[in-house]
Design a protein around this ligand. Sequence first.
Ligand code: GDP
Ligand code: MN
Length: 338
Amino acid sequence: WTADAMHNASTNIASEYELGSNGTRRANAVLLMLARNSELNDAITSVKELEQRFNRRFNYPWVFLNEVPFTDEFKESMSSIVSGPVSFGLIPPDNWYQPDWIDEEKAADSRAQMVAENVVYGGSVSYRNMCRFNSGFFYRHPLVQRYKWYWRVEPNVHFHCDTDYDPFLFMEENDKLYGFTITLYEWPKTVATLWDAVKEFIDANPQYLPANNSMKYLSNDGGASYNMCHFWSNFEIASMDLWRGEAYSKFFEHLESKGGFYYERWGDAPVHSIGAGLFARKDQIHFFDDIGYQHDPFQHCPRNAEVRRARNCTCNPFSSFDYWPSSCLSKWEQVLRS
Ligand code: GDP
Ligand code: MN
């Protein structure tokens, strides 16, 4: 396989991220979207909104990834609406498809069982491929490798407020590693043995956990069990150094060895959240309260009326997920303060 196409107006990417069009310093960051060709219209919606609300002032590069080549229509449409450089990459097959060592009979039984129990995406192999790729491979893709920071964007999401500052520089200057907007509970049936694997790993490798980690956000009983809280990973502004570091790399290898991405339906959201929650300090995780964000069926709207006015937000704070019973935000904030 090779990187599919480089629709890049510039020949000097290295200098691209040092100065924005407004001449200010910028971060080594990328706007990243995994998408299918069939999602073109929804992808356009997301890209146009993020350009309008943020990137037209910053011109960060976009990278689109897919396990099959993007169509010319996809590439041409995207190239015409982005304000920065854009490239389109093909995912190496080994990073996407179910590995040969997975016992397909066992995996198929589990899928059938989840379908019978009405688990969302319970019968889908491609969804599992996507979750495993997002958990352990996207940050190693050749088109992504050169960047440190990423903002994950999905097709058909909405940005309800202006982001008039650079969130990547904010993260860098404040020693943050992981940023989120929505936190909620995972479906227990998708991660039945995930926490067993986590405990095995941290018992064997306690040196990877900083003292002020976020274990209390993930577990209500001192680490004995997982409470299902996770950051919703369809929105992430984060450092890939977190994923590329020794702790998370070994952690991912350990999870991979269990086969749970296929024998269960481990999501990249709980996997990232547990990784960030255990291997970063809690003060390195940032709640982007000021970014209005919607991925159906949930949305987050800034809590502060001043912020909503200053950023021209179009969302309704009463629709915000933050204080729904199924949100983990109050738990997160309680842990952060403790
Ligand atoms: P949900 O948000 O959990 O309902 O899952 P989505 O269907 O939105 O998928 C999450 C992300 O992975 C989105 O960016 C999708 O475009 C992408 N995605 C999901 N399945 C596939 C797939 O089979 N191929 C590709 N290329 N992208 C996929
Ligand atoms: Mn989605």
